[in-house]
Design a protein around this ligand. Structure first.
Ligand SMILES: *[C@@H]1O[C@H](CO)[C@@H](O)[C@H](O)[C@H]1NC(C)=O
Ligand SMILES: *[C@@H]1O[C@H](CO)[C@@H](O)[C@H](O)[C@H]1NC(C)=O
Ligand SMILES: *[C@@H]1O[C@H](CO)[C@@H](O)[C@H](O)[C@H]1NC(C)=O
Ligand SMILES: *[C@@H]1O[C@H](CO)[C@@H](O)[C@H](O)[C@H]1NC(C)=O
Ligand SMILES: *[C@@H]1O[C@H](CO)[C@@H](O)[C@H](O)[C@H]1NC(C)=O
Ligand SMILES: *[C@@H]1O[C@H](CO)[C@@H](O)[C@H](O)[C@H]1NC(C)=O
Ligand SMILES: *[C@@H]1O[C@H](CO)[C@@H](O)[C@H](O)[C@H]1NC(C)=O
Ligand SMILES: *[C@@H]1O[C@H](CO)[C@@H](O)[C@H](O)[C@H]1NC(C)=O
Ligand SMILES: *[C@@H]1O[C@H](CO)[C@@H](O)[C@H](O)[C@H]1NC(C)=O
Ligand SMILES: *[C@@H]1O[C@H](CO)[C@@H](O)[C@H](O)[C@H]1NC(C)=O
Ligand SMILES: *[C@@H]1O[C@H](CO)[C@@H](O)[C@H](O)[C@H]1NC(C)=O
Ligand SMILES: *[C@@H]1O[C@H](CO)[C@@H](O)[C@H](O)[C@H]1NC(C)=O
Length: 712
């Protein structure tokens, strides 16, 4: 099958529908729900604690010591980990929302100094960045522009004029390049870039279009600028490596690529298979559709998201791709940078299409996969994290496509620096999508979490919404709302919750109001008058199990996924360089360390699924809790760091035992033996503890099941 052979670029060219069916309507299709400007939403509770840890951890110190930021070619140095020069752009894309989420003056100054430098060094002809002549490749500008866009939203009075001017000049130059045979975007024999260098720009182009569309919709953009933007968007989409060609029967690969594919990273399908691209690309057609008005892209996107998770998804919401899409086996890994890109795409998709399941998936990654791949103090990240990870240490071998033997350890830049510079965007962008605007007079709490919003709606109502909650560790969200005029507030009922068993109490009333969420968006509307109102919203969230491959299952409650917690013996050493793990990373502060986590309890454990019991130290989770009045969990103080072993206030117990015959596959935990061969090892039956996956740095998420009453 060579469906996606060299012809793919040509197919993309011919099939792209331009600027709406009649070729004249250049108005962008609206988003279903609009995001609020950066800075309108502030975090509280555990989410604020996590963001502050990131601000004071690895993310917040890269500008001080990390060569690919501090000494980037963008800032006058020469430290780059690849010819793409993307380290600084990734960093700024994450640091802008982090600085404002954490409201951290130190980080705001870093951002301000860095942006000032970049704008001051804009080339005469409009180019942004260090490259000259034929080495100019559009790609690294995408995350830079996303960072600049967020900065204008956060501080318009300071940044509007310089950033918008720089962007207009850049767009003018880009259009000249695109018209000149697509210079910097399409590949031509003999120009300064390799084909691989330009491929990334073509398969990730939605990340550029988002900024161009934002610029297009600004009221202060001139018609001449809009004309340049329209022409640019048209040429960029024409030249894209188009996700619509991949999410098709016969093209998309539904099995385990390590057993099916004979292509390497130079194969024609690789742009779609590369994990980071797969995460970024989920939103591509939603972005294209705003411009092309092609509604078939809604269903193709849904198919793309469904297939990606059905065939390559972990229970935690991560895409299993250790550089390249894998299969479903729990020994494969998800890159930390793929996780944060996937979260951003899913948040965008909920905003663009309002499909409830996208918001659920974004929450699932934010509350499970992402924290599981960071050390409790946010000073170390994994390059890839495995759902079943009995140890996290230097391996003798590995099952990954293109990740090395220290790729699943926690460290500063082990394996490769991209996840170091790109991890910071994850939680801050989750926060900035927590609330969304619904029409001219509505607000939705879209991504449920402890966060407050202060805004003025288009209908003139000045509104503040303050949500206190320990969600997802408990299921009550408590809102204090003030409004200068009537407006409509919406709470989202996740797909996993039964609305008729969930409850909503208005203004301390003792009788609940019934919830009737939209089947599409999950939103339940509540008309609120001017003045102060309070709401107590409790979600029905039973403990559930979902089947996984090879007679395993996962345990979850609401948005939280539980994993077997494995005790560890942690040792650490000063951070080393990714090129030479024996060479220390010069200038790194003492907190920047590389970790080795050896298991100090068994991982070859099976559980009896009929014995699962949910436990909580902050909530009554007894069997009849759904009928009791709202429990007061919202104001409870949680441990900080919350994502550390034994820190979360909720866990699961089950009867279990260690089973024999469960060995290693390529140096990591294999899948468990088939169900009929599982036997308890004599003397190992015990009560097994599962804890929220984010806290379990060593973990088994895809759990082997067994009937503990049957003798081995
Ligand atoms: C809409 O997009 C799909 C997928 O790219 C394409 O097959 C179809 O021709 C487009 N429709 C129009 C009207 O251009
Ligand atoms: C152009 O598209 C926009 C967005 O869908 C729509 O509101 C508008 O009516 C369209 N204009 C014309 C002339 O069709
Ligand atoms: C940046 O590069 C300069 C010159 O090579 C070097 O002296 C300095 O230590 C570097 N700083 C960092 C943070 O890498
Ligand atoms: C539009 O682009 C052209 C070059 O492609 C440039 O000369 C012109 O200044 C741009 N206009 C605006 C308003 O940016
Ligand atoms: C575009 O490509 C053609 C064929 O390779 C070449 O003759 C022409 O000079 C190029 N145009 C520009 C503006 O680079
Ligand atoms: C299921 O087990 C078989 C046999 O060990 C293995 O080849 C396969 O990869 C496993 N599949 C998954 C999805 O774990
Ligand atoms: C290892 O354990 C120590 C002590 O509990 C903890 O401080 C540290 O964060 C752990 N490291 C990782 C990577 O989980
Ligand atoms: C939200 O309410 C909590 C609890 O009453 C309070 O501590 C916090 O300051 C409030 N946050 C905002 C932004 O008003
Ligand atoms: C939700 O709960 C109601 C009331 O117990 C029940 O009738 C209904 O079947 C449940 N719906 C689902 C999808 O489980
Ligand atoms: C809630 O109570 C406050 C006063 O305590 C009142 O101003 C407000 O209108 C009430 N809200 C609703 C929705 O009844
Ligand atoms: C893990 O360590 C804790 C605390 O030391 C201990 O209570 C527990 O029994 C250990 N778990 C296992 C499975 O050994
Ligand atoms: C680590 O896990 C393996 C497999 O479960 C087990 O055999 C071994 O005893 C564990 N190590 C420790 C120190 O508990």
């Amino acid at each position: 099958m060579n469906l996606l052979g060299p012809a793919v670029a040509l197919v993309g060219f011919l099939s792209a529908s331009l600027a709406s069916a009649d070729g004249t309507n250049t108005t962008l299709l609206p988003l279903t729900f609009n995001p609020f400007t950066l800075g309108s939403i502030t975090p509280s509770g555990w989410l604020r604690d996590q963001l502050l840890l990131s601000a004071e951890g690895l993310a917040g110190h890269q500008h001080d010591f990390y060569p690919y930021v501090a000494n980037s070619s963008w800032l006058g140095g020469s430290s780059e980990y690849s010819g793409l020069n993307e380290g600084f752009p990734y960093w700024i894309n994450g640091l802008v929302p982090l600085a404002y989420a954490a409201d951290d003056a130190r980080l705001k100054k870093q951002v301000s100094d860095a942006v000032t430098y970049v704008l001051d060094h804009q080339a005469e002809d409009g180019w942004l960045g260090p490259e000259t002549g034929k080495s100019r490749n559009l790609w690294a500008r995408y995350p830079l522009l996303l960072g600049l866009m967020q900065l204008v939203e956060a501080e318009p009075q300071t940044w509007e004029t310089p950033v918008l001017g720089a962007m207009s000049r850049f767009v003018g130059l880009m259009l000249t390049m695109l018209k000149a045979n697509g210079t910097g975007y399409l590949w031509h024999e003999g120009d300064g870039l390799s084909e691989a260098d330009t491929t990334w720009g073509r398969v990730r182009v939605q990340d550029l279009l988002i900024t161009l569309q934002w610029l297009y919709e600004r009221q202060d953009s001139s018609d001449a600028l809009k004309g340049n933007l329209t022409e640019s968007m048209e040429l960029l989409i024409q030249g894209a490596i188009n996700w619509a060609d991949w999410w098709q029967e016969g093209a998309f690969i539904k099995g385990d690529l390590n057993f099916l594919s004979t292509e390497g990273s130079d194969g024609p399908r690789y742009p779609y298979e590369h994990g980071v691209n797969a995460g970024q690309g989920l939103k591509a057609l939603a972005v294209f559709r705003r411009f092309t008005h092609n509604d078939t892209l809604v269903d193709i996107t849904k198919k793309g998201v469904d297939w990606t998770f059905q065939y390559h998804g972990a229970a935690s919401g991560g895409i299993l791709a250790d550089e390249r899409l894998a299969g479903l086996a729990p020994y494969y890994g998800s890159e930390t940078c793929t996780l944060v890109e996937t979260m951003y795409s899913l948040s965008y998709l909920y905003s663009a299409f309002g499909t409830n399941a996208y918001a659920d998936l974004a929450e699932r990654i934010a509350f499970n996969a992402l924290p599981s791949q960071l050390s409790p103090d946010w000073w170390a990240r994994q390059y890839v994290g495995q759902p079943n990870q009995g140890f996290s240490q230097q391996l003798s071998n590995n099952p990954f496509f293109n990740v090395n033997n220290v790729g699943q350890t926690y460290g500063v830049e082990n394996d490769y620096p991209c996840c170091t510079v790109n991890h910071p965007q994850g939680l801050p962008k989750f926060l900035s999508h927590a609330y969304m605007r619904v029409g001219s007079d509505g607000i939705a709490h879209a991504l449920l979490s402890p966060a407050s919003l202060s805004t003025t709606l288009p209908n003139g109502a000045a509104v503040s919404v303050n949500c206190s909650t320990t969600y997802p560790f408990a299921t009550t969200l408590s809102y204090a709302i003030t409004a200068s005029a009537p407006f409509t507030f919406h709470v989202r009922v996740p797909t996993w919750s039964n609305a008729s068993l969930s409850s909503l109490y208005l203004n301390g009333s003792t009788s609940p109001s019934p919830l009737s969420p939209s089947p599409e968006t999950g939103l339940h509307a509540i008309a609120l008058p001017a003045g102060s109102s309070s709401l107590t919203y409790t979600l029905h969230a039973p403990l559930t199990t979902s089947p996984r491959a090879n007679d395993t299952l996962t345990v979850s409650r609401g948005a939280l996924v539980f994993a077997l917690s494995i005790n560890s013996t942690n040792t650490s050493a000063p951070a080393s360089t990714y090129r030479d793990p024996s060479a220390p990373l010069a200038g790194a502060p003492p907190q920047a360390r590389d970790w080795s986590l050896a298991n100090a309890s068994a991982w070859n454990v099976a559980i009896d699924a009929s014995t699962l019991v949910l436990r909580s130290s902050i909530e009554d989770v007894g069997s009849n809790s759904s009928s009791s009045s709202p429990s007061n969990t919202a104001g409870q103080q949680l441990a900080n760091p919350i994502f550390a072993p034994a820190a979360p206030p909720v866990w699961v117990e089950a009867s279990g035992c260690e089973i024999g015959g469960w060995g290693l596959y390529r140096g990591v935990m294999d899948v468990p033996p088939p169900a009929e061969q599982r036997r308890c090892i004599e003397g190992t039956r015990r009560t097994v503890r599962l804890e929220p996956m984010g806290a379990a740095k060593l973990r088994v998420v895809d759990l082997a099941t067994i009937d503990v009453n049957v003798d081995g």
